[in-house]
Write a protein that binds this ligand. Structure first.
Ligand code: ZN
Length: 695
């Protein structure tokens, strides 16, 4: 899916609340993307043991704020339980990851490294009052540059406008004229990636992937390559080079290799990969590293495909990593790949949980409220893999994705498959940080609801996702002869509703307590509160006033909540309460609500199994689409007052290797006390292998 403009990587605005997203729903094929997260209902993966540790977590997830950004921290859960070999492997891999940072800065714009260096010198040497308003504006500007890996917004790609004057900067440093122009003149390099039709996208984009070539020339260059290449198994032409026109008019690629462009940084990466190699978990993983090194040395795209195949087939090790030119969003033509890295390892506890569900898949199928003819005779649960991130780097840092689905090459995916995982400790951090946002306090009916959600939602969120993914989507069957596409545009909403209802119904089942997955018979209430509050009220904060609900997951949540509300009215199962002009939902009878979820599950499964288009249409249109404009306005105003930062990113943990007198690593420690600015300055000092100008 290279060049797919419909999806952008990033935490989308307001991601610490409104979206109840599940991983396979949002991971686009062939891409890392960010998945929106809700504080109340999502797929974080905290540990659950039989003892059910639900004490208060004192780890500081939310960190400082500046501009439109909130910084978070993530915990590398279970790091201490890894073997020394695994820890050592991770240590070297994270070093390899950190050395790529400057590559991305330069890819994002040719002045970025010079500007960063100049500003960091000012920042470090400044002797004046650090509370002075110019300095504060300057500090914010620098923090934004660090966050975006360049002078343009990481998401919107617009150039930042400094909040301090040129005169002020010139008082601090001898800022060269060309840099001053780039920083202060809004007409120079206004956008990192321009996608507006009708303009030369290369000339009008500030990214550093092309030099002196027009869009037409670049397209002709790569079209020719594609035509002459293997049609069945096309390589990813252009992904690892800058395209330049030399003074004599020749168009040529400057490859990013250890001997070419970005060579100094790539050499450091290779050096650290070599140090990691002896600690790889199996021979296949060593082969992966060898191929990656060979590709970095030669720039051969054929080697890159071989590397991708070896990587995707290497599924056994606990520790895994991505290190390379991966994302194509920064190039308006979608060919050039930005550098990034993530080192991770499997979350054993979370994976155990999904294995328990999968092992009992048939019991869940047999006992569901669905009519027998729509049930599967033999059902197989899916074991979703959950990982912990150990380090984020390049285009995954500080703004990151929370799911991985790679490789990008379509033919490699078709012939060899892909790896799809969720990064549990990042979603967990989003959730935990979201709890301090005030969202729950603003929208929950009362203290009792708040208490239940705070106490149990970590566990119920995880289980909701697990049930949705591992069992919900896989349950039920179509009657013979029913066309799987017969629900047409309503199909995905119905499918998501089916999976969510399956989860909601079973969250309240004593079986989950019996299996040791739920702490007690009260816990499920947290997910019922979340479902009703989100579906009836809060999810619409993401929608502009006047618009309808469009997205399938949001439609599904509205459908479930409104249907249950309507059908529970006669028994007063829940009420919509107005207090001081604010709207709340109050659940009066959780048991009956479970019954309603069961009824709707049976009906939705019937619609799906029989391909009842009219039935699907009626459910979705009646319950899932429209928004009451008065409620919408009220909710948007309440949300705005909470002043939640629209974008979030992560400060990395710090790894320290303890060594014996011969230099062998004897242990690796992880710590979390480095500040955002200190981390950025340290990375610039310790991991800057590149010259400031790369030509
Ligand atoms: Zn789903």
């Amino acid at each position: 899916m290279r060049g797919n403009r419909g999806q952008t990587k990033d935490s989308m605005p307001n991601n610490n609340w409104t979206e109840c997203e599940t991983i396979t729903d949002k991971i686009m094929k062939g891409k890392f993307i960010a998945i929106m997260i809700s504080s109340l209902m999502t797929m974080s993966c905290s540990n659950i043991s039989k003892e059910q540790n639900i004490e208060k977590d004192t780890f500081e997830y939310a960190n400082e704020r500046f501009a439109d950004i909130q910084m978070l921290r993530y915990k590398v859960r279970d790091f201490d339980s890894l073997t020394l070999k695994q820890k050592t492997f991770i240590y070297h891999l994270q070093e390899a990851a950190l050395y790529g940072r400057d590559i991305l800065f330069d890819q994002n714009g040719k002045y970025n490294l010079r500007i960063r260096k100049m500003l960091e010198d000012v920042y470090t040497n400044y002797n004046g009052d650090r509370d002075d308003k110019d300095f504060v504006a300057f500090e914010t500007y620098l923090k934004r540059i660090w966050f975006s890996n360049g002078i343009h917004h990481h998401y919107a790609s617009d150039k930042f406008a400094p909040g301090f004057s040129k005169e002020w900067l010139l008082k601090q440093t001898e800022c060269p004229e060309d840099l001053a122009e780039v920083i202060f003149n809004p007409n120079i390099m206004p956008k990192r990636v321009n996608l507006a039709d009708g303009e030369d996208l290369i000339k009008s984009s500030a990214c550093n992937y092309y030099e002196n070539v027009t869009q037409e020339e670049a397209e002709a260059f790569y079209n020719k390559m594609k035509e002459e290449g293997d049609q069945l198994r096309p390589m990813m032409y252009g992904m690892n080079s800058r395209l330049v026109k030399t003074p004599d008019g020749k168009i040529t690629e400057k490859k990013w290799t250890t001997e070419g462009l970005y060579g100094a940084a790539l050499k450091k990466i290779v050096e650290n990969l070599k140090q990691a190699r002896p600690y790889a978990e199996d021979e296949q993983q060593q082969k992966v590293i060898d191929l990656l090194i060979s590709y970095y040395n030669t720039g051969s795209l054929k080697t890159f495909d071989e590397y991708s195949i070896a990587w995707v087939e290497d599924t056994k090790p606990l520790v895994d990593f991505v290190n390379g030119f991966i994302e194509c969003y920064g190039d308006p033509l979608g060919l050039k790949c930005s550098w990034e890295s993530i080192v991770n390892f499997k979350d054993i506890e979370a994976t155990k949980r999904t294995e328990t569900l999968s092992a009992n898949a048939q019991w869940f199928e047999d006992n569901s409220p669905v009519a027998p003819e729509f049930k599967k005779k033999a059902v197989k649960g899916i074991t979703a893999k959950v990982i912990n991130a150990a380090i984020l780097a390049g285009d995954l840092y500080p703004s990151t994705a929370i799911g991985i689905n790679l490789p990008n090459s379509n033919w490699v995916r078709a012939e060899h498959g892909s790896k799809s995982v969720t990064i549990g400790n990042l979603t967990d951090a989003y959730n935990k940080a979201g709890k301090g946002s005030g969202m729950l306090q603003e929208f929950a009916y009362g203290p009792e609801e708040i208490e239940i959600v705070e106490k149990y939602s970590d566990i119920t969120d995880d289980l909701h996702t697990d049930l949705h993914e591992c069992l919900g989507h896989g349950s039920g069957r179509l009657l013979d002869g029913v066309d799987p596409d017969s629900l047409k545009a309503y199909g995905s909403t119905i499918e998501e509703a089916r999976a969510d209802l399956f989860a909601l119904y079973y969250l309240a089942d004593p079986k989950l307590v019996e299996l040791g997955l739920m702490p007690d018979a009260n816990a499920y209430k947290a997910s019922y509160i979340a479902q009703m509050q989100n579906g009836l009220i809060t999810q619409i904060v993401r929608i502009e006033l006047g618009n309808n609900i469009e997205e399938a997951h949001m439609r599904n949540r509205a459908l479930i909540a409104r249907w249950a509300y309507e059908h529970g009215k006669k028994d007063n199962v829940m009420e919509i309460v107005k207090r001081d002009g604010k709207t709340y939902v109050k659940i009066n009878d959780y048991e009956k609500l479970r019954g309603l979820f069961g009824q709707l599950l049976a009906e939705i499964q019937r619609v799906k199994s029989t391909g009842d288009f009219k039935g699907a249409q009626a459910l979705v249109e009646n319950y899932g689409v429209k928004i009451d404009p008065k409620l919408h306005k009220e909710v948007l105003e309440r949300y705005k007052k909470l002043n939640i930062a629209p974008y979030k990113g992560f400060i990395n943990p710090v790894y320290t290797a303890e060594r014996d007198k011969d230099g062998n690593i004897t242990d690796v420690k992880v710590s979390y006390d480095e500040s955002y600015a200190d981390q950025m300055l340290r990375y610039s000092k310790d991991y800057s292998a590149l010259p400031l100008v790369n030509e």
